[in-house]
Ligand binder design. Sequence first.
Ligand SMILES: C[S@@+](CC[C@H](N)C(=O)[O-])C[C@H]1O[C@@H](n2cnc3c(N)ncnc32)[C@H](O)[C@@H]1O
Length: 314
Amino acid sequence: MWPDIAREHTEFRVHRQQIRDAVGRPGASEPRLLHPVLDTFPRALPLTLHRTPAPVGTAVRARGAALTRGEPMDRHIRTVEDVLRLLDGLFAPEADRWTDRAASWWDGFYADRSKPVPFFVAKPDENLASYLDRGLITPGRALDLGCGPGRNALHLASLGFEVDAVDLSPEAVAWAEERAREAGADIRFHRGDAFALGDDLAGPYDLICDSGCFHHLPPHRRVSYLALVDRVLAPGGHLALTCFAAGGMGCELPDEELYRRSRLHGGLAYTPESLRRIFSDLEEIELRRMTDEPPESPYFGEPFLWTALFRRPA
Ligand SMILES: C[S@@+](CC[C@H](N)C(=O)[O-])C[C@H]1O[C@@H](n2cnc3c(N)ncnc32)[C@H](O)[C@@H]1O
């Protein structure tokens, strides 16, 4: 692999030098041009180790190197989904929390149910309960997106919603199913990548509820998220979103930098402005910090989260 990457990089440098020569700008004063092969190794090393950030484009160059080994030429990008998958692949495999490959990571996360993880409690989000109490949303068809052990799906079902709930993790779905059985709740659970399930999540839903899934998506998967909302949310339907609040929790690096570093550092922080921009096709009903619920509260509430209620215009 190393000689291939070095050769490819050298060819690139030589080609660039030829262009510079042709336009009368030799550029030989740029020291790196004198050492193209040496320059290649530190650039490609992070990609190989998948531990330290790789410079943008390194993965593409490395893939290019495969060509010189005689592997079939890869020109498979045709659709938006192809591009999104390519961008998924720019992240280190162990940083993946959003594709089907991340199911086992989440399974490990849910394996010990006694862990002191705040959202392992069987309580609904305080904001969701409050929307219902205030009549901002009323029972209908609901989708719990990234349902985990099913806290919110259960609450919605108990109030008469017809609920679909989806999660990547078989462990999470099994736990949620157990809770639903114990509560006598009739919830349709789906195991898989919500953005790839197609007709299994056909909608139309009057409510999409997402507590903690959105902030685990890389920037390009917001495109998939918005496409799902667009496809399955009924006109006049609501999106209830809970996600990391900048200054409270989550990674605050700019989108572009995440691709340089190949990881999301535990989930992305959002500002109210970024949420308003991302969901600008929806009408904002309420956007506020989650209230800090005490242990004896029947609701879940942590102040490092935003809670937002958006409505799709009818
Ligand atoms: C922080 S947990 C929140 C779980 C649950 N909503 C709660 O609050 O109790 C995020 C969940 O999103 C799920 N998830 C992430 N990406 C997903 C995807 N593409 N499709 C379905 N579920 C996904 C994970 O498996 C994980 O259970």
